[in-house]
Ligand binder design. Structure first.
Ligand SMILES: [Cu+2]
Length: 127
């Protein structure tokens, strides 16, 4: 009796192990696929990347920053733009193809614009 129960129990155990292995493998593939896809859509995610970029179609792209950290603005356009906080606050001018930096203010959300092209608007989230 005992000898009969034993092998089947062992097979069940092995099946469970195979299932866990398959689940982990699927998870690993999912993370790998996710990582590679997010990398291709946001090439600016590597260290030293700009937190604010201005593309050639006069659009701001921002990523959240930490209070007191250095915010790098990269102007990928060929003309000069500014990152100017609405009201008062940060205000940097960035020539085409250049970068500029400013210190992130206290936590909050900050609306900003370009003084030269007032239709250009952005929002910076500081945590
Ligand atoms: Cu501009």
């Amino acid at each position: 009796m005992l000898n009969r129960a034993h092998p089947s129990a062992r097979i069940r155990c092995m099946q469970r192990h195979v299932l866990i292995f398959v689940a982990l493998a699927a998870l690993g593939l999912g993370i790998a696929a996710c990582g590679s896809s997010s990398k291709s859509t946001t090439p600016a995610s590597s260290s030293g990347a700009a937190q604010i970029t201005i593309d050639s179609s006069f659009t701001f792209h921002t990523t959240p920053v930490k209070a007191g950290s250095t915010v790098t603005v990269k102007n990928d356009a060929s003309v000069t733009h500014t990152v100017t906080q609405d009201g008062s606050g940060f205000d940097v001018t960035i020539d085409g193809g250049k970068t500029a930096t400013f210190t992130a203010p206290a936590a909050g959300t900050y609306k900003f614009h370009c003084k030269i092209h007032t239709f250009m608007k952005g929002m910076l989230t500081v945590s």
